[in-house]
Every structure is written in structure tokens, then in C-alpha cells.
Design a protein around this ligand. Sequence first.
Ligand code: KIV
Ligand code: ZN
Length: 501
Amino acid sequence: MRKIKIFDTTLRDGEQSPGASMNVEEKIQIARQLVRLGVDVIEAGFPIASPGDFDAVRRIAGEVQGAVIAGLARAKEEDIKRAWEAIKEAPKRRIHTFHSTSDIHLKYQFRVSREEALRRSVEMVKFAGSLVDDVEFSPMDATRTEVPYLLEVVEAVINAGASTVNIPDTVGYTTPDEFGSLIRTIKERIGNSAVISVHCHNDLGLAVANSLAAILNGAGQVECTINGIGERAGNCSMEEVVMNLVTRKDFYKARTGIRTKEIMKTSRLLTRITGIQVQPNKAVVGANAFAHESGIHQDGLLKEKMTYEIMRPEDVGLKRTELVLGKHSGRHAFRTRIKELGYELGHEEIEAAFEKFKRLADQKKDIFDEDIEALISEEVGKIPEVYGIVDISITAGTSVRPTAALKLNIRGKVVDSVEHGDGPVDAVYRAIAAVTKTKSTLQKFEVKSITGGTDALGEVLVSLEEGGKKARGQGADTDIIVAAAKAYVNALNKLAARKTR
Ligand code: KIV
Ligand code: ZN
């Protein structure tokens, strides 16, 4: 079967989603998981866009191995040099350069002629090729570009040294039939002289369908993001395109290198880091994607799974593990489980997570992988703490005024505060704000249960804003009020770290 390369742009186009910005440590965590997932190329960022983007790409290039690391650059010398500086430490690296080709973009946005756009594209592909062996070129807004001109650009950049030509549907405008036939035309013209890649946006909900049509017509690489996040309505969703190829291999006769059992974990990690929730009915990774509610369906499933199930939940990593850890499990079992889950943690991170695990095991009988992942994600990518929770005590109920008594460690000094609120979370948030003297506003507050049962670990995600700066925080605990306080303090620590920087 033909192998289709998966080019993941979660850290670049995905990060362009409103509210999805990630810090460097978070990006490294995602990049490591993308390698475990088996993607071929990680587009780690757009190095010229900001010093933070540059740093993230440089760190990923130096620390994450197992995939090609790509940096995005406009077809400009300064962009390409910056991308090269950022990716040069990666054992496998790529420069992805782009220039618009549609008349709409050339006339109204860039005010350059077609000839000039072609000249710049060719020149910059050659320049990128003088720095790296692996150059990708994208004619931006390709699907609204006149086809003969598009073909001319594609041929010219291949002759200039591009080994991949990416055909972006930048504004999500094309249709599966139209796109499939465009890719076939390009394939007929260029043969095997370069890999044809596709990059589809989801403005009309067709990004996955358009990418699949392209695969049927000769595309060899798909650009996509986890959970389909990205600019506006997002990009082609990685998990959907991959599971289409797996489930309908009889039809597509193509495969990817994705370890599908890592899909769910990757999706959850991204949600936890960005705070962007997946809609419950989202294909493959939505909470209801494998939940059968109708009586007729349930009856069929009990008799034979094939009646209503086209994918097995365990194929995307959804099955709850049978092996559970409990309060009698030791450090060794804990460390082994972390390794089996695919995490590489330093000694201190393991120790801190183990401490939390022991505390959790006192409160909760069985600890599942999802619980351990929640504990680990509090440790990985942790920033230096200005604020640390020492103690929280809450009074709440139908006949008392919700009150929170808080002890917080602020730069080594323990301070107290007692506050009332509309509810217990409100009271504890008021206490934290009073004692830290911070004036952040709460923009988002989300609670979810990580596993089932009344002793489940609850996870809270918050988003704060202070003085134009935003930060997300995450906290997990069997006590939802404590989880909420941890999430708030975690976000305040991130804001404090930014101020220090
Ligand atoms: O959507 C787009 O056209 C892009 C290019 C930079 C590939 O993201
Ligand atoms: Zn894009």
C-alpha cells in the first residue's frame, strides 16, 4: 500500500487558533508526543514571527528526535535565514517556504505581478536549498490560482530544488471533486519528481474530505493538526484522515506511519495544554464518538460488535487499561508505568509525580492511566513557582455562606486569607486574589472528570488575563475545589513567570 506522509502543523497553523498559544515547554511536550504518535514531519513554528516562536523551533530541533523538524518561512531571505538558524540542530530538517499565487492575493495584498511572484519563489527555493537538502514550497491560495499559472509555478520550484510541493486550500474554498482533479492534473504534469502535499482548511467543513480526495489522486503527504485545530475553522484533522485510511483501506489503498493507539492520548494532551475542548460529537476523538445510546444499536452491539462499530475504541487508544495502580504500588511500578505510557521524565519530575500519586492513592482506590497522565502533565513543563498552595479549607452548603480559608506560600513566605464568595470556587478565588494582590480576570473555567465514579480525579482548566497578558492553568484533584485552586495558582505562576522574563 502507498505510504502517505503525515505532516503535522499543530504547533504552527494549529497554534494560530484563537486562544491556542503554547509556551516552549508545552510545545516540546506536544512535539515529543507527536513523535510517539509516528508523524513524519513536525512543523514546529514560524521562526521569524517572534522570538518565542524562534526559540520553540530551536529547542524542538535540538531536543526532539524521530521526525523531520520543519520551520516555516515566507519567500524572503531574512525569513529563510531565520528558519535555518532555528532548525539547524535537527538531525532531519526542512525549510517550508511559501508565496501566494492567486491573482486575488497578488493584486490586492502583495501588489506584485505573476512573473515577480514566480521569480521570487524560484529564487527563494534555491536559497533555501543552499542551506538544507529538504525544501518544501507552498503556492499560497493555490485553489484560487489559475491552473496553468499554478502548474508553471509548481514545475519551476521543483526545477529549483523543492522536493515537496504543497497545494494549500488556504481559505477552505475547494470541493472534493474539484480538488481531486487539480491534484491529478499536477500529478500528471510532475510525475514522481516531487512529493505532492495538501494543506486544507475547514471553512466549509471539507478539509478532511478534500485531503482524502487528494490522496486518491496522487498526493503523498497530508498536512493536518491534532483535533483539527487551526486558523479560523481549523485544518484537516489528523485523527480523522488517518482513521479514514485505516478503516477504509480497501478503498483508499494507502497507509500512514501513525500508531493509532496514541491518538486519544495526543488529543487529550493538546486539550489539556491549550484548553480548547473537543466537541463531544467530533469524529474519532469526541467523548461520544464511541458511545452508543440507541436501544436498537445497543442490542446489535451486544450480539455482534460489527453491527454498529466500524472502528474499535481500543484502536485509537480509548480502552481503559486493566492494569491499575493502587496505594500499595511502589516507585518501581510507578516508574515502569510512566515509561510504558511513553513519558520520559527526569528524576525530580518522577519524584514529584510519585508524591502526588501516593496522595491520590490514599483518596482513590484504583488509579488508571488517565489519572497518571493528569498528574504527569502537572509536572512536565512546570515553570518556577512563585505561589504554592499550602492549605485550603472550605465551608459551603445550603445553609452557610461559602467561605474559603487559604494558606499560600509566596516566594517562601506563608500567608493566610479568609474570604466569602457566591460559591466555594468563588470564595477560594477571592482568597487567592486577595493574598497574591493580583488583578487578573477569569476568562474561562472548565471542569471535567478524568475517570468515572464519585472518587474520580477532577480536572479544572482556567484562562486568566492580566494587563493584556493571558495564561492558562490546569489542576487535578479528587476535590474539585482544590483542583480549581490549583488551576488558578498554576495560571498565576505562568503570568508571574512572564513578568520576570
Ligand atoms: O493555509 C495556508 O496556505 C498556509 C500556508 C503557509 C501553507 O498555512
Ligand atoms: Zn494553513
